[in-house]
Design a protein around this ligand. Structure first.
Ligand SMILES: [Zn+2]
Length: 177
């Protein structure tokens, strides 16, 4: 942390193949400041092998990750609720855990106001012809997939990520053997 800047240091050998998991990891750090104690307004990565600092305002970072329709305090409170009572390295895949996660995802279901794109919640651009339903062709095609996965209202219950396969050397498996 430097003032309101949250930096994650990465020493990946291939920065051009930046893993999506690293982007989510940084989001996790941002959300863990539930009380907004550090007043984080910018997040970024320092790529130590290439000496590159890439930063982004928090709002833009949330937009980039597709969270544009939820504000930071809401995301943080649901994240805190999700993690409450969790042990580190716990595998949250009992039926009770799944129900709890489903309820939280339902709570996060976006509210799309009139005149906004139902996929990304951005205001619809002005149109001289008939009113547009989606802002872009990409949002039109994403709509169906997101609805199927329960990420938009009107679809089935929210989908849950499948449990990860443990690799032979993972600490979780080592602890169990
Ligand atoms: Zn859109």
């Amino acid at each position: 942390m430097v003032d309101g800047l949250l930096i994650d240091f990465k020493s990946d050998k291939h920065p051009h193949r930046f893993p999506k998991a690293s982007a989510w990891q940084l989001l996790g750090y941002l959300l863990l400041d539930t009380a907004d104690r550090y007043r984080i307004d910018t997040v970024g990565f320092y790529l130590s092998r290439s000496a590159v600092l890439a930063t982004s305002p928090v709002e833009e970072y949330l937009d980039l990750l597709g969270t544009c329709r939820r504000d930071l305090p809401t995301l943080r409170s649901v994240f805190a609720e999700l993690l409450a009572g969790c042990r580190a390295d716990a595998e949250p895949y009992t039926p009770e855990d799944e129900d709890r996660v489903r309820r939280l995802l339902q709570k996060l279901a976006p509210v799309i106001e009139a005149g906004h794109c139902p996929t990304c919640a951005q205001p619809l651009p002005e149109s001289t012809r008939r009113p547009r339903k989606f802002c872009t062709a990409r949002c039109r095609s994403r709509d169906q997939a997101m609805r199927r996965r329960g990420l938009l209202p009107g679809g089935p219950i929210p989908a849950l990520p499948r449990p990860r396969k443990l690799s032979a050397w993972s600490p979780a498996r080592a602890g169990r053997l």
